[in-house]
Design a protein around this ligand. Structure first.
Ligand code: 3HC
Ligand code: NAI
Length: 713
């Protein structure tokens, strides 16, 4: 008998427990074991009903995502889905009631399995959803056919195109779940009682036999299609959402079996697509990026009950909100009452804006706000478990702050810094506790942006790293552990990305052209628009600091145009002009002929002949610059894996997820192609286009960045 599914008979009910840790994913073996267990239970004349329940406090988080890599062709997919569809049809066709008992998650194939059961009972904390679209696919085990039959077309479209799970109470209201039990510990007993109740009530109810209200459904489909029409970027980035809408349409227009066949076809198209391969890579990469070889599983993790943030400016305020949103009380300290009040006013404004937009209830907003306590002294710092320093980017100030922190915090407190460019081993030493010093590098706005770079210093302890990883997860962030080099991984790579855009500008491309090319590629904003948002003064300060320590942000030529813009007081959107001009109150940049004049002058000074540049060259140069520097970062060990860099660039700067990140994109092109580009640029543009040794080595071996095993700096 398989250990994946075990059967116990209780009061005439066969309770089938699915047990495939950690999330009871439906691997091929699990499908087989489930089928065998269901068949055996149905053949037992003593069985009056079946209950399907998950082990380990959760139902089923879906199909085994790793298994999709084995589906190399559409036909592989069609063959595989024929098996799962048939198993679900056998379950739905059972003569006795089958009840799904849901705790934890019923996601993707998990919800599809539950919907093929005749009834669903869920514990109050559980969640159900069809997140497949986030993996570039559609529900492939009948979800697009059964879901609209249970909850209607509009809700099914929302669940299948947005991928966001909903809680048990909402699922009950929507008709997806029949009954909710408050206590997950009581779920099994309640499910058995429910199953017996249904067995006594007559033949089971089958979802596939339900009829969809076609008039209401067609109206919902028309709205969904209209909202996507005329948005070509949606077509490229989320073709799976479009496929889900088509499959739901088939559910409405065709008999169940034909609709299900259509779903299988559409699923097969999606699962073999480059887009799906890329986002599936990111799914696993995000889970790998927080694993560190010398921080083994089981490393003690400190409990974080209270936190403090120093500096109530742009970053400190957002970081305090991230803590408050996660339910962690936080002290927010600045130099004086006026400074901390400025920060608090911004925080209040942000919460109010969320309440006004309907994203947050007034009650929840008030509750979060109440978790943030303004402070002007270190009183109470001896009670906190973590401090995040976010004062000005100034070495002397940070040293003084860490010296204070060493004195005022308890010995176990984690001392985190949000520095973006300074050496945390240097100023962190002032605390006398380097083993607890770590970078918690948030991105602006810190309560919104998902990426959290966790920067390990030379003495950061395994426990500090493990606790920070767990804390990042609790804060709802996508963490990535990186080494301590200038700019860490995100900003170091960004330096090369921006530098190449600026050099292309000097060579003759225009700001709008370069931004358009990158946005057509899938970036949310182009490199120049990005600088106008972040502020050109920020980059200027970084350059000044680097000059003072005798370094440059990127090796080789630098465009002087950013300095000219700074001198003109053009800091970007905040001053009404940067790389673009902005009408008062507008965020829409207008091209400015002055930029071209500045670029031409800079080119003349460097002896660069200006010419027309094609879109293809612009894209190739910028993505190749990223890949080459990424190779260097990887070779030096500041990122452990190529996938970590992909996660960082996608979540930090919006590199298009459907392209899998800069390193995945390079691997997809083939490193021989990338190397050939670097060599061509070197011969044409100069030695700063040296191939990174790792790139050259991997290309000659016919391997990719993702074939490199993780290593530590
Ligand atoms: N397949 C394979 N592995 C999975 C998985 C899945 N569906 N879901 C989670 N895992 C693995 C993760 O890779 C991770 O492995 P690791 O410990 O080796 O790194 C482990 O389970 C735990 O996952 P998380 O770290 O994400 O744990 P959390 O507790 O934070 O989250 C979760 C749990 C909410 C279930 C989250 O893992 C999740 O969202 N999983 C994906 C759900 C999903 O997308 N389901 C649809 C799959 S596609 C499908 O079902 C197709 C169908 O229509 C045919
Ligand atoms: P900011 O200038 O908005 O805020 C800094 C705050 O620190 C000010 O309110 C200031 O009064 C306060 N401060 C100064 N000395 C202090 C002291 N001794 N005690 C308490 N508070 C003190 O700066 P910002 O942008 O929030 O940056 C803070 C840190 O975060 C810097 O290290 C910066 O490099 C880093 N960072 C900034 C990002 C950004 O986009 N702005 C992104 C990621 C990191």
């Amino acid at each position: 008998m398989s250990t994946l599914v075990s059967t116990q008979l209780q009061d005439g009910v066969a309770v089938l427990t699915l047990d495939n840790p950690p999330v009871n994913a439906l691997s091929a073996a699990m499908w087989q074991a489930l089928d065998a267990a269901v068949t055996a239970a149905l053949a037992d004349p003593a069985v009056r009903a079946l209950v399907l329940i998950g082990a380990g406090g959760t139902f089923v988080a879906g199909a085994d995502i790793a298994g999709f890599a084995l589906l190399r062709t559409r036909q592989d997919s069609l063959d595989r889905s024929a098996v799962s569809h048939a198993i679900l049809e056998r379950i739905e066709g059972a003569a006795v009631p089958v009840v799904a008992a849901i705790s934890g998650n019923a996601l993707g194939g998990g919800l599809e399995l539950a919907m093929a059961c005749h009834y669903r009972i869920a514990s109050a904390e559980s969640k159900v959803g069809q997140p497949e679209v986030l993996l570039g696919i559609i529900p492939g085990a009948g979800g697009t056919q059964r879901l609209p039959r249970l909850c209607g077309v509009a809700q099914a479209i929302e669940l299948c195109t947005e991928g966001k799970p909903i809680g048990a109470a909402r699922a009950e209201q929507a008709g997806i779940v029949d009954r909710v039990v408050a206590d997950p510990a009581a779920l099994r007993e309640a499910a058995v009682a429910f199953a017996l109740e249904r067995a006594a009530a007559g033949p089971p109810r089958r979802t596939c036999e339900r009829v969809i209200d076609a008039e209401v459904g067609r109206a919902a489909l028309a709205v969904a299609r209209a909202s996507r029409a005329g948005k070509p970027q949606l077509a490229a980035a989320t073709s799976a959402a479009g496929a889900a809408i088509e499959a739901i349409s088939a559910a409405m227009e065709l008999p169940f079996s034909e609709g299900a066949a259509r779903e299988r076809e559409l699923f097969a198209d999606c699962v073999v697509s480059a887009e799906s391969r890329a986002v599936r890579h990111l799914f696993f990469a995000a889970r790998e990026a927080i694993k560190v070889p010398d921080v083994p599983k089981g490393t003690p993790v400190a409990r974080i009950e209270r936190a403090a943030v120093i500096g109530a400016g742009t970053m400190g305020g957002g970081i305090a909100m991230a803590y408050a949103n996660a339910g962690i009380p936080v002290l927010l300290k600045d130099v004086d009452h006026a400074a901390v009040e400025r920060g608090m006013a911004m925080i209040r404004k942000n919460y109010q804006a969320s309440v006004d937009k309907g994203k947050l209830s007034q009650e929840d907003g008030d509750r979060c706000l109440a978790r943030i306590t303004p402070a002007t002294t270190y009183e109470g710092f001896d009670t906190v478990d973590v401090v995040v320093e976010a004062v000005f980017e100034d070495m002397a100030l940070k040293r003084a702050t860490f010296a204070e922190l060493g004195r005022v915090t308890k010995p176990s407190c984690i001392l985190a810094t949000n520095t973006s460019t300074l050496d945390l081993d240097d100023f962190g030493a002032a605390s006398g506790r380097l083993s607890q010093v770590i970078g918690h590098h948030f991105f602006s706005p810190a309560h919104v942006m998902k990426l959290l770079e966790l920067v390990r210093g030379k003495e950061t302890s395994a426990e500090t790293i493990a606790t920070s990883v767990a804390l990042g997860k609790r804060l709802g962030k996508v963490g990535a552990v990186v080494g301590n080099c200038f700019g860490f991984v995100a900003n170091r790579m960004l330096g090369y990305y921006l530098r190449e855009a600026q050099l292309l500008l000097e060579e003759g491309a225009s700001v709008p052209q370069i931004d358009r090319v990158l946005m057509e590629f899938g970036m949310p904003v182009g490199p120049f628009g990005l600088q106008d948002i972040a502020g050109l003064d920020v980059g200027w300060r970084i350059r000044q600091h680097l000059v003072s320590v005798g370094k440059a942000r990127a090796e080789g030529p630098q465009s002087e145009v950013p300095d000219r813009l700074y001198e003109l007081g053009r800091y970007g959107q905040k001053t009404g002009a940067g790389w673009y001009r902005y009408a008062p109150g507008s965020r829409k940049g207008e091209a400015d002929p002055l930029i071209d004049e500045l670029a031409a002058a800079a080119a003349a000074k460097r002896g660069v002949a200006r010419r027309e540049l094609g879109d293809d060259e612009i894209l190739a140069r910028i993505t190749t610059a990223l890949a080459n520097e990424g190779a260097q970062v990887l070779d030096e060990g500041y990122a452990l894996r190529a996938g970590d860099i992909d996660v960082i660039y996608c979540h930090g700067f919006g590199f298009p997820r459907h392209r899998g990140g800069p390193m995945f994109h390079a691997d997809s092109l083939g490193l021989a192609t990338v190397l050939a580009r670097v060599e061509e640029y070197r011969s044409r543009l100069g030695d700063h286009w040296k191939p990174a040794p790792l790139l050259a080595r991997l290309a000659s071996e016919g391997r990719g960045f993702h074939d490199v095993p993780p290593r530590v700096a």
